[in-house]
Design a protein around this ligand. Sequence first.
Ligand code: B1M
Length: 210
Amino acid sequence: MSDLKTLSQAVVKGNRKDSVEITKTLLAAGMKPLDIVEKGLVPGMAEVGEKFKNNQIFVPEMLIAARAMKEAMALLEPLLVQAGIKPKFTAVIGTVQGDLHDIGKNLVAMMWKGANFGVVDLGTNVSPDKFAAAVKEHNAQVVGLSALLTTTMPAMKTTIEALKKTGLSPVKVIIGGAPITQEFAKEIGADGYAPDAASAVDVARQLMAA
Ligand code: B1M
């Protein structure tokens, strides 16, 4: 049976063959790629997080689940990105220093590409200096910082400070990730906060229009 619930469970079980096959079947049946992400893959990964928190699974199982999600995402990415011709803005994005989580960051990058932003993805564990250098090199207007660990949240502040030090024309910094809040964004001087990848598009557009 191919539905969103079985897709979620394929992610939970780390069954990448099933996650890919079910994704293909749902696409063939006409389901929207974003619905497959938000209603199938993301809830599966949320369940993985709960199980990890309750010591029902451990890091290796999390990795296997993440791989099942990533392989399904590889099918969906080109479809989500199918957008415009010429990017309206350039955004640099990365997961901050010390943090290796990249699934949410990849989703934001994907959504931004879909919104016709030029996206330079620096990957994970990105130092403040590397962010600053990339902004300069690509003449970016937006910087996206992702953090999933409470211990790496301070790296967002350090990165914003490094960007300010460059003296380049001001870039708009948008932050997000499971432990991040609007209050934290305000506290560290970020220009915007987005709770999920879809709203990261709205926030970036609002900041660019301002
Ligand atoms: Co990690 N991990 N992990 N992990 N991991 C969490 C984050 C954790 C909450 C699990 C838990 O305890 N329940 C916990 C953090 C606790 C804390 O800090 N308070 C945790 C921990 C402790 C760790 C390690 C320290 C475990 C260990 O080694 N003992 C270790 C740290 C390694 C490191 O980074 N240095 C670690 C490692 C890993 C894996 C490598 C095994 C794997 C990552 C694989 C990968 O990313 N390639 C992993 C995973 C998979 C998770 C969970 C289960 C899932 C994260 C995920 O991908 N979620 C996670 C538990 C959870 O979050 N439920 C957990 C799906 C993704 C779509 O959601 O990234 O939140 P998320 O993105 C969302 C929003 O947050 C938002 O948009 C997305 C939705 O649309 N968003 C943005 C994200 N970035 C944004 C940027 C924006 C805007 C919105 O603007 C730029």
